[in-house]
Design a protein around this ligand. Structure first.
Ligand code: SF4
Length: 251
């Protein structure tokens, strides 16, 4: 197996994608047909289908948290696939270590997607700890704009969202039309439980974020993530104390 390499994506880079060959209406028709025909498909079947239909215009998003099985699974069927990691500048060291460990064992092109501003530049413009005063703006600057910039060059993206994550994701389909990004969205793990993830990781020796075993079932940026007690909502440790459950990239 050839190893991944990790590349930086800056605003000047634009998207790493090959661009879109199909119109939005053509992509929407594909999403709607596949959404019906593949509604019960296994993740492996979805990955093979996605690679066949979209080729290099397929990209995987990975937070290097509980979703490392996703690029592993997709890259088995789409070797060399592009994988987007939003490098916000606020990640736990364990998350960066997970990215590096994953890159060593899968055949994929991991892209570190950078915000327009470094943390220091953002602090200078908006003041320090913007995440504590306006997390929606901080996520917009460090996650939403960067992912939108990259997704513009692809026709379909694969995400690790699962129905059990929260109420907003409870009805996620395996293949959907993503109106926000005007592209096809594939959620192969939508029906999986947390145990399904760890089972796959164990069977295939996929590196997983060490924080998962330390009370962090959902892992985002360090300032906005705390551990949760057994039995608590797994995502209650994200933006705790703030009426916010999503960073915005799936809205
Ligand atoms: S999760 Fe927190 S630190 Fe990360 S981009 Fe969002 S508000 Fe900023």
């Amino acid at each position: 197996m050839s190893e991944s390499h990790i590349e930086l994506s800056t605003p000047a880079t634009g998207s790493h994608g090959p661009g879109r060959r199909r119109s939005a209406s053509e992509l929407k028709a594909i999403a709607e047909q596949a959404g019906t025909e593949l509604a019960e498909a296994a993740p492996e079947q979805l990955a093979a289908w996605a690679h066949e239909v979209f080729g290099e215009a397929l990209v995987v998003a990975c937070s290097m948290a509980g979703d490392t099985v996703l690029p592993h699974l997709v890259s088995r069927f789409a070797p060399g696939v592009d994988v987007l990691f939003l490098d916000t500048g606020y990640h736990f060291a364990e998350t960066i270590g997970t990215r590096d460990a994953l890159a060593a064992v899968i055949d994929a092109h991991i892209i570190d997607v950078l915000p327009r501003q470094s943390v220091a530049q953002q602090d200078a413009q908006y003041g320090e700890r913007l995440y504590s005063r306006d997390p929606t703006l901080c996520c917009a600057l460090r996650k939403v704009e960067p992912i939108n910039r990259e997704l513009a060059g692809y026709e379909a993206w694969v995400t690790g969202i699962r129905r059990e994550d929260n109420a907003l994701r409870a009805h996620a389909g395996l293949v959907e039309w993503d109106q926000t990004h005007e592209m096809v969205k594939i959620n192969p793990l939508a029906a999986w439980s947390f145990d399904d993830l760890t089972d796959y990781a164990s069977r295939h020796h996929v590196p997983i974020n060490l924080l998962l075993a330390e009370g962090y079932p959902s892992i985002g940026c360090e300032p906005c993530t705390r551990p949760v007690a057994p039995g608590e909502d797994p995502r209650s440790g994200r933006w705790a104390g703030v009426a916010k459950t999503e960073c915005g990239i799936h809205l």
